[in-house]
Design a protein around this ligand. Sequence first.
Ligand code: ADP
Ligand code: MG
Length: 266
Amino acid sequence: MKSIVSPSADSPDPVAESEARLARLFQPLDPRAASFIDIRGLEKTFVGDGAPVHALRGLDLNVAEGTFLGVMGQSGSGKSTFLAMLGGLSHPTAGGISVDGIDLYALRGERLADFRREYLGFVFQAFNLVPYLTALENVMLPLAVKKMPGGEKRRRALDVLERVGLSDRAGHLPGKLSGGEQERVAIARALVNEPPLVLADEPTGALDSETTQEIMDLFAMLNGEGITIVMVTHNPEIERYFDRIIVLRDGLLERDAPGAPPGAPG
Ligand code: ADP
Ligand code: MG
């Protein structure tokens, strides 16, 4: 998998170290997994006071590494539930998910947390930035638990801020940034651990259409570097960015089709 920040020559490569740790942590691999993301018979039923809600009713999906996948469908069709389960945040009622051969829900709590930290970047519509921390400090947050010198953490966070075009805003508080800039900080924070997979739930939902395009161009660039992206949206304006689009309806896969070909008019 490709690296966004290049390790300095004189220090050990933190990315390689993370990968080596994971290789040890997560053996043996799921022999059934057929692709980077492998989803089998995924079901989620919410049981509360009233009638049970069948949010997902048996989803099968294989996603190749490097795909930019759009997840669409009406409100209530199960998109966020799907993303939460792919993100290791909500246990399925039935079925399973493997990512890179790792059977997520066979992992115990601590290892599932390790998986999330090492493999995933999350970007949400509400940027969830800490208001009293600078852009740089927000981006450094996911590195807090990493055994890595403070200077190295800072350097990696600055590198990734530069990557998203925000080096000159590193010292600003979120309240002093525009919506698009806050979104870029959230993306930088999602990327600082070098995850191979980025999950985004309506990341452009609060942005005007010009800023939406800038942010989607950024996601497209990251995808071009090899990062797999799964993005929930109901904005048809951004469909053209996706390699593949799935449409959910009442917790089932209604449609699964290639996105617009590169260069198609948007
Ligand atoms: P979408 O993101 O496509 O709008 P969701 O995945 O949020 O859809 O929700 C799918 C269905 O599951 C909806 O009927 C929703 O009300 C229900 N649901 C989602 N989360 C919960 C929950 N924590 N408890 C009960 N029902 C839920
Ligand atoms: Mg949703």
